[in-house]
Design a protein around this ligand. Structure first.
Ligand SMILES: Nc1ncnc2c1ncn2[C@@H]1O[C@H](COP(=O)(O)OP(=O)(O)OP(=O)(O)O)[C@@H](O)[C@H]1O
Ligand SMILES: [Mg+2]
Length: 219
């Protein structure tokens, strides 16, 4: 079983939406047994799941401290566990210990960025937390895959600037950025894969397929 999580220090960057569309595509198009662990306080994925029949994956809600127990319980029944983390990842006292504990169970960390300079500054600061988790896991022979990507593209120019920054800091990137894929899927809101949906344009399908193929390579 591989655990994947969209991780961010900022709220509203698309974690829950990306978790959902990734889960749908993994289950429908890549033949994976998927469980979504909803640790987002808003429980938006649990409530969406409750309104849909024949969902091709399970959604289990858990508190941050309960994630480990859920992972243990589902280990034998699924290929991929997608964890939807809360909006803002920090502990009340601002200590990193808590954060690294929650991220310790994540094999593949995907970090969505908006193409904006504030987000770059945030991510640069967060990179040290990520490195700490990677080192801790490495000392126990666990590999962590980390990849940044641009979600919610504002303009090609600002995206290029963000990419240049990531490359110059040697930050690993997913091969392809998402732009409009999510908003289209949001209007669909169903358990279909965006790749199969008749209302999604071929351009968006190609964009999302690149994104999914990059994720599959990290599993
Ligand atoms: N690629 C995209 N294109 C357009 N809209 C997007 C894209 N990604 C996310 N959004 C929109 O951004 C908003 C926030 O998304 P979402 O709730 O998934 O973020 P989140 O990171 O889970 O937020 P929170 O931090 O509150 O948990 C939603 O309205 C969603 O539709
Ligand atoms: Mg969310």
């Amino acid at each position: 079983m591989t655990t994947i999580s969209f991780v961010s220090t900022k709220g509203g960057v698309g974690k829950s939406t990306l978790t959902w569309i990734t889960a749908c595509a993994l289950a429908h198009n890549y033949g994976k047994q998927v469980v979504v662990i909803d640790a987002d306080l808003q429980l938006s994925l649990s409530s969406t799941a409750a309104s849909i029949d024949n969902l091709p994956f399970k959604v289990i809600s858990a508190s941050l401290t309960g994630i480990y127990d859920v992972l243990n319980a589902i280990e034998d029944e699924c290929d991929v566990a997608l964890i939807d983390m809360p909006g803002i990842l920090h502990t009340p006292d601002g200590s990193r210990e808590g954060i690294t504990d929650f991220l310790f169970f994540v094999d593949v960390m995907l970090l969505p960025l908006k193409a904006h300079s504030f987000d770059v500054l945030n991510v640069t600061a967060f990179q040290s937390v990520i490195s700490e988790v990677v080192m801790r896991r490495k000392s126990l022979d666990s590999i962590t895959e980390v990849a940044y990507f641009i979600n919610d593209l504002h303009s090609k120019k600002s995206a290029r600037e963000v990419e240049r920054h990531l490359v110059s800091d040697n930050m690993p990137m997913l091969g392809r950025n998402l732009s409009r894929s999510v908003s289209i899927e949001r209007s669909v809101i169903s358990a279909d894969s965006l790749l199969n949906s008749p209302s999604v344009s071929p351009k968006i399908k190609i964009e999302f397929k690149h994104f999914m193929d990059s994720i599959i390579k990290l599993l």
